[in-house]
Write a protein that binds this ligand. Structure first.
Ligand SMILES: Nc1ncnc2c1ncn2[C@@H]1O[C@H](COP(=O)(O)OP(=O)(O)OP(=O)(O)O)[C@@H](O)[C@H]1O
Ligand SMILES: [Mg+2]
Length: 245
């Protein structure tokens, strides 16, 4: 069964059709990547799924329930967690406090349980040594990891990531790949990943969804996408070397 399903999504900004009749569904514990050139509509799609943008038409359902017009905080409580393309962390708070702001979406948790939930995620993501560090003292890559911890602390069923590898060094990217595999395999989380890092996409995604000028131009396995003429011409480039997946 689809845990998240978008059907017939259209979104226009003035004269620009940012999304045209998009159908995307994600099953439980499935890893889907959304790729495409700059301005293709990837972040807009994530915004429609999470409620930061309302579609002009179409529907979004989470676990079979219509959330097309639900407020963002309700969607988060219902199981959607996300990170942003341009990172957002609270600079004056510690790592733990930042992650606790994510857990706070669960009103049933008291202060102590909230702290424990946040610590569990921090440990799971390999950040225990930095839990009490101020965000300002961390590298850019580690800050982005804090954002992911915060999204996870909301207890999501689906995690939506907007270019999490942007600005990371290669060691950090490798670590991110390990953490994401772990989240999918061990924690059965459904993940939608927007990324320009094709090495990462090809290693992680079970299914790839390709957008160009707001339209889906292809959808398939990494192997299918890497040899799809429309994708090569619109995005990957004719000289794209098959990553052997
Ligand atoms: N709030 C907005 N108002 C007007 N136009 C917008 C708005 N948000 C996005 N757009 C336009 O919609 C199109 C899709 O933008 P979007 O940010 O979704 O692209 P993207 O695929 O995420 O690109 P990138 O890879 O650069 O992040 C772009 O032409 C963009 O300028
Ligand atoms: Mg974007």
């Amino acid at each position: 069964m689809s845990v998240l399903e978008a059907t017939g999504i259209n979104k226009r900004y003035g004269g620009l059709q940012a999304l045209s009749d998009i159908h995307l569904n994600v099953a439980e514990a499935e890893f889907v990547a959304v790729i495409g050139p700059n301005g293709a509509g990837k972040s807009t799609l994530l915004n429609v799924l999470t409620g930061l943008a309302l579609p002009d038409s179409g529907k979004v359902a989470l676990a079979g329930k219509d959330i097309t017009r639900a407020a963002t905080h309700r969607r988060i409580r219902a199981g959607l967690g996300r990170t942003f393309q341009h990172g957002r962390t609270f600079e004056r708070l510690s790592v733990l406090e930042n992650v606790m702001t994510g857990a706070a979406i669960r009103p049933e948790l008291g202060e102590r349980a909230l702290r424990e939930a946040a610590m569990t995620v921090i440990e799971q993501m390999g950040m225990a040594d930095e839990a009490h560090d101020a965000i300002g003292s961390l590298s850019y890559g580690r800050r982005r990891m804090v954002e992911m911890c915060r999204a996870l602390a909301c207890g999501p069923r689906v995690l939506l990531l907007d270019e999490p590898a942007a600005g990371l060094n290669s060691g950090e990217v490798d670590q991110l790949i390990d953490r994401l595999s772990d989240l999918r395999n061990r924690h059965k989380l459904a993940i939608i990943l927007i990324e320009h890092n094709m090495g990462m996409v090809m290693r992680l995604a079970e299914r790839i969804f390709v957008l160009n000028f707001g339209c889906k131009i292809a959808e398939g396995t990494p192997a299918q996408i890497q040899s799809d003429p429309a994708v090569l011409s619109a995005y990957l480039g004719e000289g794209y070397v098959h990553a052997g997946v």
